[in-house]
Design a binder for this molecule. Sequence first.
Ligand SMILES: Nc1nc2c(ncn2[C@@H]2O[C@H](COP(=O)(O)OP(=O)(O)OP(=O)(O)O)[C@@H](O)[C@H]2O)c(=O)[nH]1
Ligand SMILES: [Mg+2]
Length: 329
Amino acid sequence: MTVTKLVSRMLAGDRLALARLMTLVENRHPETPTVMRLIHERCGRAYTVGITGPPGAGKSTLVDRLIGKLREQGHSVGIIAVDPSSPFSGGAVLGDRIRMQGHYLDEQVFIRSLSTRGSHGGLARATRDVARLLDAFGKDFVLIETVGVGQTELDVMRVADTTIVVLVPEAGDTVQTMKAGLLEIADIFVVNKADREGALRIKTELEMMLQLRPTSAWAAPVLLTAATAGQGIDELLDLVLRHRDFQLRSGSGAAHVAAARQEEFIALLREEISRRIDASVDAGQLSQVLQQIKEGAIDPYTAALQVIEDQQAVHALLSERPPANARRE
Ligand SMILES: Nc1nc2c(ncn2[C@@H]2O[C@H](COP(=O)(O)OP(=O)(O)OP(=O)(O)O)[C@@H](O)[C@H]2O)c(=O)[nH]1
Ligand SMILES: [Mg+2]
């Protein structure tokens, strides 16, 4: 089936087509840009919430509870479980958990696991594009769960409109050593497992740390939850919606989206240019100047600047199909 056909089926509500398109973009299939172009007009409606934090903090349990609340309010939900560390475990665990809770049979809920493929940047990109598919499919909310507190999670979380960082009472050390980046990306902090000792202490510690942050219009709140007992979930959803409203009112949401779009465009441009240069060189372009460089007849700095300033050479280098004469050079 052609990609165009697949997309129109997906847009008409076909879950199987959605799943196939997700696999396609996850694997960075060459048709990925076509898919993104075809769904572009249908994107931009879903609200994306990222949930991150150390292993076992209760992220999946929180996600599961949030799905329940969102469904009660009549919203449809897409879930992406990203597991950068192990290719098989985490995401599948989340899937199982939610299936057990009975959301699996709910037509309004779509769950997808993503695991490490290729570079770290690749995972963030796959997450973003899968989120777009869920958006185009018509999901009101997209929840993204990632395990851990590393750079990959930070990259993945840039996709989210609201980011929730989940900690637990045992995370005393985590709070102390928490990467500045994690502090910065959090719009909402959750201290889960509040049924255990020490939760209040962590909350206070966090709040003290947050006071050291430069003041901003949105002060990230710290919420206590006990996900297994379902405590604090209404408040959590309420905070997410308050953050959404804040972003709408202040314009910071639109600014965030605009900045992310620009960043994505520049990254794609850079990669495509780099890929084309490699392909052109492989195809035998620049062989003359390369020869001079290899022989040491010309220094690489001068050679590089000369090529860049030669419009024709640049054009030939970046053309998908270098002209025959340029290829012979
Ligand atoms: N006591 C207590 N246990 C909880 C709470 N929330 C979750 N748990 C338990 O903590 C364990 C881990 O929960 P998950 O929801 O799988 O945690 P996670 O952060 O998704 O874990 P990974 O995805 O593996 O990183 C499970 O046994 C949960 O039942 C809570 O509020 N209190
Ligand atoms: Mg989990």
